[in-house]
Ligand binder design. Structure first.
Ligand SMILES: NC(=O)C1=CN([C@@H]2O[C@H](COP(=O)(O)OP(=O)(O)OC[C@H]3O[C@@H](n4cnc5c(N)ncnc54)[C@H](OP(=O)(O)O)[C@@H]3O)[C@@H](O)[C@H]2O)C=CC1
Ligand SMILES: O=C(O)[C@H](O)CS(=O)(=O)O
Length: 491
């Protein structure tokens, strides 16, 4: 564990961006439940104490959002686009500070954090443009005196619950389409990483987003907030990103109001290397796909399947690349790999490694907590991995690359699909018919072909099976915040 305390304000060009109160109805507010600590996972020290809002205060935020939404929906799409553009511009103008705040509370290297700010801002930019393109339809009537109109209208108040691993982008990936559609928004960020959400509120305020349209309710009591979101009749939409386990809880709670839900849930991505792959490209792709955010992403390679003929060569190349990673403080120059978010995350990685070795697998590199202590962990490769091991069915969410050997296409497709999850999958191959066959056969919402990174605001991001409901990003993403109204007109 690093020892120097994190004096976050001194690291910022604009210290006023470090805000620690809740943002409700355009007003900054203290929490009725006091404050909770936000710690820097690299150092374990408290970087801020954030307002701990009560369920009653969350209800007030929902009421403020409901009050503001009608006026907001009456703005033209072009007017909403202009203010969303200003929000985007402010995010990018303050990218360095937003990146520093993100690294301080989440741990990822500063370069990755700044990349997340640009990625997160891109959803505001993109959906600001889409605000001008929410088209309806005129359909020829079924009788001579009938005309059929289809209107697209905003759902209303959208409530959002997001995880700690992308504390900026997971919010903007929802707030962008919601506000563009004319919805208002109440965001509850993960308790580990509220600062990135609160600085978004500060910039929304500066951009001129009307009071009540965008609200942030930090809280240490996630289940209480979730219940308010699901039980409050003013909430029309619940949008969640996080584990499948919590997604199930929320879907059950939302069922009582038959609430529209978007769910971006857990993953168990297969990363398949065929014998006709460009091995160097496959290693590069595997490194980005596996070790981005220290493996703490829902779309990272959780299982790496390598065809028998190239298994040893791939393992050797990957080992050389993994051993070049530089584990350290995300705020320090040159760090490529930060700490894990907490002790539980370290224990999960250790549990998966132990299970592999107990069942006959081998540690090729890493395998132990890092000398830096705390929640730092050695980037690890294990070989001899088989489908009966925990890492084949559970999301590791850490820097563990498990290598499975396979013989042919049919067997690897069967193994890759043998999971309740269906978010992202990847494979490297050159043969065109193989590419088509495998891309079609993989049961996933997202398939990367000869690439390990699929994240962009231009693509429809989302899973099948128990990885989620709905899509975020692309022109499809705004549909989740719109209702379709059929108007039958007698003329
Ligand atoms: N599909 C996708 O796009 C993504 C999926 N994920 C998945 O999320 C998991 C890791 O993130 P993690 O934060 O640990 O996931 P969790 O599901 O534990 O938490 C996600 C969010 O839900 C909140 N939460 C937890 N329990 C409840 C509840 N009962 N009611 C309401 N809210 C609740 C958490 O708050 P708090 O932490 O304060 O308790 C957090 O803000 C992995 O499974 C990963 O795959 C993560 C990112 C993206
Ligand atoms: O939290 C996640 O894992 C993100 O959804 C991954 S991505 O959108 O940055 O690819």
């Amino acid at each position: 564990m690093l020892d120097a305390p994190t004096d976050l304000k001194s690291l910022l060009k604009d210290p006023s961006l470090l805000v620690t109160q809740g943002y409700v109805g355009g007003q900054w507010t203290d929490g009725e439940n006091g404050r909770f600590d936000v710690t820097n996972p690299a150092r374990g020290d408290v970087v801020a104490q954030v307002a701990d809002l009560s369920r009653a205060q969350v209800a007030k935020a929902i009421a403020a959002a409901a009050k503001a939404q009608k006026d907001w929906a009456a703005w033209t799409g072009k007017e909403r686009a202009a203010v969303l553009r200003r929000w985007f511009d402010l995010m990018m103008e303050n990218q360095d500070d937003l990146g520093t705040i993100l690294t301080a509370e989440q741990g990822k290297p500063l370069a990755e954090a700044k990349g997340e700010i640009a990625y997160g801002a891109s959803f505001i930019e993109f959906f600001g443009e889409e605000a001008k393109r929410v088209y309806g339809e005129m359909i020829p009537g079924h009788q001579r005196d009938k005309r059929i109109m289809v209107l697209k209208q905003p759902i209303g108040v959208a409530a959002s619950i997001t995880p700690w691993n992308f504390p900026n982008a997971m919010i903007t990936r929802k707030a962008g389409p919601a506000l563009a559609a004319g919805c208002s928004f109440v965001a509850r960020p993960a308790a580990e990483t509220p600062l990135s959400a609160l600085v978004l509120a500060e910039l929304a305020h500066r951009a001129g987003i009307p009071a009540g349209v965008f609200n942030v309710v930090p809280s240490s009591r996630s289940s209480e907030v979730g219940k308010e979101f699901c039980e409050n009749p003013a909430v029309r939409k619940l949008t969640f990103t996080g584990s499948t386990e919590v997604g199930r809880i929320l879907l059950r709670q939302a069922a009582d109001q038959v609430m529209k839900c978007s769910m971006e849930l857990g993953g168990n991505a297969p990363f398949i290397v065929f014998d006709d792959a460009d091995l160097d490209a496959a290693v590069e792709g595997a490194m980005m796909c596996k070790f981005r955010n220290n493996g703490q992403t829902c779309v990272c390679a959780n299982r790496i399947y390598v065809q028998a003929g190239v298994y040893d060569a791939f393992a050797e190349k990957l080992k050389a690349a993994v051993e070049k990673l530089n584990v350290g403080d995300g705020l320090a120059e040159g760090t490529t790999t930060g700490p894990l978010i907490n002790k539980d995350a370290v224990e999960k990685v250790q549990e998966h490694i132990e299970d592999v070795t107990n069942k006959g697998g081998n540690v090729v590199t890493g395998g132990l907590p890092h000398d830096l202590g705390g929640t730092f962990f050695q980037p690890t490769i294990v070989t001899g991995v088989t489908q009966d091991m925990k890492v084949a069915t559970e999301e590791t969410f850490g820097p563990l690359a498990p290598l499975f050997k396979f013989e042919d296409e049919d067997s690897v497709i069967e193994m890759a699909n043998d999971t309740i999850f269906g978010l992202a999958a990847y494979f490297y191959a050159k043969d065109l018919s193989r590419v088509y066959k495998v891309a079609e056969a993989l049961e996933y919402g997202i398939v990367g072909v000869n690439t390990g990174i699929i994240s962009t605001e231009l693509g429809p991001f989302g899973g099948v099976k128990q990885s989620g409901l709905g899509r975020e990003g692309s022109h499809h993403g705004i549909e989740d915040y719109l209702e379709m109204k059929y108007v039958c007109l007698s003329v």
